[in-house]
Write a protein that binds this ligand. Sequence first.
Ligand SMILES: C[S@@+](CC[C@H](N)C(=O)[O-])C[C@H]1O[C@@H](n2cnc3c(N)ncnc32)[C@H](O)[C@@H]1O
Length: 262
Amino acid sequence: MSDFEPRLEQLDIGLFQPISTQTSRGDKRSLLKLQACARQPGQYRYLEIGSHLGGTLQPHYVDPRCERIFSIDKRPAAQPDERGIIYEYHDNSTERMRANLRTAYPQADHDRLVTFDCDASDVNPTDITPRPEFCFIDGEHTNPAVLSDFAFCRQVCADDAVIAFHDTCFVFEGVRQIQRDLTAEGVRFIGVKLGGSVYAILLGEACDRLLAELKPLVEDEAAYFERAQLELERMHLQNRYPILRMLDYPRKIFRRLRRKVG
Ligand SMILES: C[S@@+](CC[C@H](N)C(=O)[O-])C[C@H]1O[C@@H](n2cnc3c(N)ncnc32)[C@H](O)[C@@H]1O
């Protein structure tokens, strides 16, 4: 892709096409910015937990500076989630993901992609070499899973890596616990809430190198976590009393009408 560099520089979310991904516009911009940061020194390695169809792998798949892509996906038929619902993933396989990437990017170097069909805790850390500078956690959306995935990433990543989370609005308790653990351990880190539902932990020297660069995308973390907590509580109530979901419809229609009349 000849125009890749300027597109990445402009955070062109079209880089997340043609393979579909479960990310918002804000998520995509944040992920592209983190990728731009990871590749600044030159070659970099990317590790992703939860790749599904390959949608969030694709900007790295076409990046000439991305030397290795590690994709870890347990691919269960159904997975638990902090929202209290079991999410089903049909026809979710590594073969399908690889085929998507091969079809979308026939010219890419397919040998850079290393896949693991298991939970990250079952991956042998010595299989993750060279150490990745950018890790993205988007697997099972429960707090215990996020804690376990983060522990794995820390074990295998570079000292000055960035470890990012998706759907932080559901796993913010896990992220808060990680912050407390790192502080108690005396680890040098900075946590930043970026656009969409992306949260990133900058480790070691990445704090100095990247904070200023990420600043335009940084959002108020406390306000976001507070909103997320309220929303999650509302979802739990709706799961318990489904009638509340029906009561939600008039509220949504009312809001839409109000927006239309200005
Ligand atoms: C939300 S999807 C990932 C979407 C993808 N990042 C995208 O937007 O293109 C979650 C993925 O996590 C995987 N998954 C579920 N439990 C997992 C676990 N314990 N470890 C690793 N992956 C897991 C599922 O198989 C699914 O493919």
